[in-house]
Design a protein around this ligand. Structure first.
Ligand SMILES: *Cc1c(COP(=O)(O)O)cnc(C)c1O
Length: 385
């Protein structure tokens, strides 16, 4: 396998009509996307539009009961409230430079669709979002948000009317409109060049965090932790540390509802090798219902570079249950006045487990997003009466 090969994972497993446009995109990324001019412009947008650098926060209250110091990389402070904007700015800028006039994307809960709508407005690109009918009904506010920013939201009524059907609809659109359209993929998933390109656009997270950590403490963290859906915030954090063997890496997947272990979204901890959405990676069996309290971790596959990290033992991946994530969600809110996204709460939960185990003195957790979007879900799960 020549394209995007992560020790046998990854690749470009796509139908014939998509081979040529993906090759063009890979060339555009290698030639334009890696140029100094592009990188300078990208950094300007990250600073001025998205609000980088984000702070590295020493969570002293959260760390208090443990013999470990927990630090949070505050991606929740970015425009839009999560790390997704890093990738969307990179891909939209590349699409514009490569002469594309139109962005398409699929979205489940609506977070990636919203981030895509932002950059569509910013760069003056026509933006269409594919979303399953079920998700459109469940996520009315996000649909409203996308439309407010000028994006068209296409309701997908085929199949199960969910995320997988939205992916299919977006791919069909791409095949018909390859000349003027860029498919803005939301994580380190899909065929080459997406896994490496999205990783590179997100790697600013780890580059900043590594430098900030050294400035603050004089050394590297003993552990770096992130939640894993498709795997983009995790790979964005991990990449800067991959050659620092003294930094242990931990990925936290959605582990479903705990008591019923047949329901999980943990392809790394509990899946098998397979081909899905154009890549070879770790995939959850088809007959297992993928479920996590956080919509952003509800993906049956995972980025191929994570599959490789698992295979070579560079990162340890564990399923975190809904209950564990919710406990961390409440703990961080109560102790620090920071409400994390439910996705990010899985990473916080894993960080707290590690602090409790006491093997690492310093633990860096990527706080991938803020929890404002999750208030309704949380209010259904517990109350204060
Ligand atoms: C979308 C999302 C995720 C999951 O995506 P990754 O590609 O795994 O990073 C995690 N956290 C937040 C806040 C998200 O919005």
């Amino acid at each position: 396998m020549s394209h995007g090969d992560f020790e046998g994972y990854g690749g470009r497993h796509v139908p014939e009509p998509l081979e040529e446009p993906l090759e063009q995109l890979a060339n555009a990324y290698d030639e334009i996307g890696k140029s100094d001019e592009f990188q300078a412009e990208f950094r300007d947008h990250l600073a001025e539009y998205a609000g980088r650098p984000t702070s590295l926060y020493h969570a002293k209250n959260l760390s208090e009961p443990y013999d470990a110091e927990i630090y949070l990389k505050r991606e929740d402070l970015l425009h839009g409230g999560a790390h997704k904007i890093n990738n969307c700015l990179g891909q939209a800028l590349l699409a514009k430079k490569a002469g594309r006039e139109r962005l398409i994307a699929e979205t489940g809960a609506g977070q990636h669709g919203t981030a895509t709508a932002m950059v569509g407005a910013l760069f003056g690109l026509k933006t269409e979002i594919y979303m399953g009918k079920k998700d459109v009904e469940r996520q009315k506010m996000n649909v409203f948000r996308m439309r407010l920013m000028g994006a068209e939201v296409n309701e997908v009524t085929r199949g199960g009317e969910g995320l997988a059907d939205a992916v299919d609809a977006a791919l069909e659109d791409l095949v018909e409109n390859v000349e003027d359209t860029h498919y803005l993929v939301g994580s380190v998933v899909g065929p080459d060049p997406f896994p490496r390109m999205v990783r590179d656009f997100q790697s600013v997270i780890g580059e900043e965090a590594r430098e900030q950590f050294i400035d603050r403490t004089g050394g590297l963290p003993d552990a770096a932790v992130a939640c894993v859906g498709g795997g983009s915030n995790a790979m964005g954090l991990f990449h800067a540390f991959r050659d620092d063997e003294e930094v242990a890496l931990y990925g936290a997947e959605g582990g479903g509802e705990g008591a019923d272990s047949s329901r999980h979204a943990a392809p790394l901890a509990a899946g098998n090798d397979d081909v899905i959405h154009g890549m070879k990676t770790r995939v959850i069996d088809e007959d297992v219902e993928v479920h996590s309290v956080s919509a952003g971790l509800d993906y049956p596959g995972v980025g191929p570079e994570h599959a490789m990290f698992r295979e070579i033992g560079r990162c340890e991946y564990t399923g975190v249950t809904d209950d564990e994530a919710l406990a961390a969600f409440r703990k961080l809110s109560e102790t620090e006045g920071i409400i994390p996204a439910l996705e990010s709460s899985h990473g916080v939960a894993r960080g707290l487990q590690l602090a409790d185990e006491g093997e690492h003195d310093t633990i860096l957790v990527n706080l991938s997003g803020r929890g404002d979007k999750d208030m309704e879900t949380a209010a259904e799960l517990f109350s204060f009466e």
